[in-house]
Each structure stands twice: as structure tokens, then as C-alpha cells.
Design a protein around this ligand. Structure first.
Ligand SMILES: [Zn+2]
Ligand SMILES: [Zn+2]
Length: 235
């Protein structure tokens, strides 16, 4: 009888642990367009999802995103941007229309939306005019979807309105172009500032738990610990 009870308790514990595991936010990465910009779909066990930095530039790339969403029975409920450089906004209009979403980004980057078509043209990429974000996202906000709540960090310096999205539950940071594996975002573009960027990263990002996985706007993932030790800009 005693061992049956013990077994039942153990089973319940295992079940609880499995539930916790299922409860974690998941992240799908799509490197899109010639600049290999990372577009993300964040989703959890409720099936609700958030599209971050829609950078697809043609139907083929859009279909990759769409079939992932359909194939996993996900429901897009938010459309958010880490920042508004042209390579991160190519797909904004199509996401707005297809999923009936309002676009959310920091208003300090609104001026970049206006110049996105001309910036894209300089790289030989055609991009239709994009209306400014419907909603202003700021550091004091949270982004909620399903059972997930993202915390926001405003880290200007690469662009004035750069935001990082942090999910403490899964230990994940969507960093945009603020920080890369072994690098930082360039600071020579309009509104950029080197010292502001470095101090923002040190004060807001490097204080996160060391095991947090960082998902940059380009290139491979990394961790807070790895960047603390190896990133030459952050020593
Ligand atoms: Zn950028
Ligand atoms: Zn970028």
C-alpha cells in the first residue's frame, strides 16, 4: 500500500514536471531575405503565437512562415518588432493583412519606417511603403500572449527605439540587433550611439541569469555567460 502511494506521488510529480516543461515558450527562427535577418515565431502550449520582426521578402519566404503557423495550428495574436530597420520590416504589411493584426514597435524608430523603402532600394530590394506602427511599445509595457508574458528592455544605440524581449520562464532573450554572438549592433546608422549601446547592454542584459539564451537579429544564438566572457566589445 505504502509503495503504491509512493508510486502515485512520484507519478504525479513526473506529470507535473511534464506540464511545466510543456508550459515553456518555444521559439522558431526563420533567417529571411538577403541580409539573413532572423524572423521569430514565439508560441506556447495554448497555441497562441507572436510574430517578431517579419523580414520575409517574397512569397516563398512568406509561405515558410505561413505553413509553420498553419502546420502547428498556431494563432498569431501580436505582431511586434525589436526595431524598425528595413531588413526587419519587409513582411509587416502582409502580416497585418493576413492575420488582422496591429503592428507594435517603439515610437523612437518610427522615422525608420518612412525611409525603409529607400534603404531597401539601396540594397536592390523592393519594398512597398509601410504605415507606422499602430501601437507604441515601451519599456514599461509587457507583451502577453497565451500563458506567456514578455518583459521589455529599451536598449538604444543601434537604433533609438531598439527593444529586447525577455521571457524569464524559458530563459530566452530576443535581442534584435543590440547584441550578436561575439558582436554588437552597428552604431553608425541614423540615431546610433556607441556608448549608449554598450552601457545599455551592460546595465540591462548582462545582469540577466547567465544561462539565458540570446536570440540575435542575425546569426546564431548565444548565452549571456558566453557574451560576458567572449564578446570583445563587452569586456
Ligand atoms: Zn538593425
Ligand atoms: Zn538587422
Amino acid at each position: 500500500m505504502k509503495s503504491n502511494m509512493a508510486c502515485l506521488v512520484l507519478c504525479l510529480c513526473l506529470k507535473e514536471r511534464a506540464n511545466l516543461k510543456n508550459r515553456k515558450m518555444k521559439i522558431k527562427i526563420f533567417p529571411f531575405n538577403p541580409l539573413q535577418e532572423n524572423t521569430f515565431v514565439l508560441y506556447d502550449e495554448t497555441g497562441e503565437c507572436v510574430i517578431v520582426d517579419p523580414g520575409f521578402i517574397n512569397d516563398d519566404e512568406f509561405k515558410q512562415l505561413e505553413s509553420f503557423i498553419t502546420g502547428n495550428s498556431l494563432k498569431p495574436v501580436r505582431l511586434i518588432n525589436t526595431h524598425c530597420h528595413f531588413d526587419h520590416v519587409f513582411g509587416v504589411n502582409q502580416c497585418r493583412e493576413k492575420y488582422a493584426l496591429q503592428w507594435e514597435a517603439h515610437h523612437d524608430d518610427a522615422f525608420l519606417v518612412e525611409t525603409a523603402p529607400s534603404q531597401g532600394a539601396m540594397f536592390g530590394m523592393n519594398i512597398a511603403p509601410i504605415e507606422p506602427p499602430e501601437k507604441n511599445l515601451k519599456e514599461a509595457d509587457t507583451v502577453q500572449f497565451g500563458n506567456t508574458t514578455l518583459q521589455l528592455f529599451h536598449v538604444p544605440g543601434h537604433s533609438p527605439g531598439s527593444l529586447c524581449f525577455y521571457d524569464a520562464g524559458s530563459g530566452s532573450l530576443i535581442a534584435g540587433d543590440v547584441m550578436f554572438r561575439g558582436g554588437i549592433g552597428r552604431t553608425d546608422l541614423p540615431g546610433g550611439d556607441y556608448n549608449t549601446l554598450i552601457s545599455g547592454i551592460k546595465q540591462k542584459l548582462l545582469v540577466l541569469p547567465e544561462e539565458v539564451v540570446v536570440y540575435p537579429g542575425h546569426g546564431p544564438t548565444t548565452t549571456i555567460a558566453e557574451e560576458k566572457i567572449n564578446n570583445p566589445f563587452l569586456q
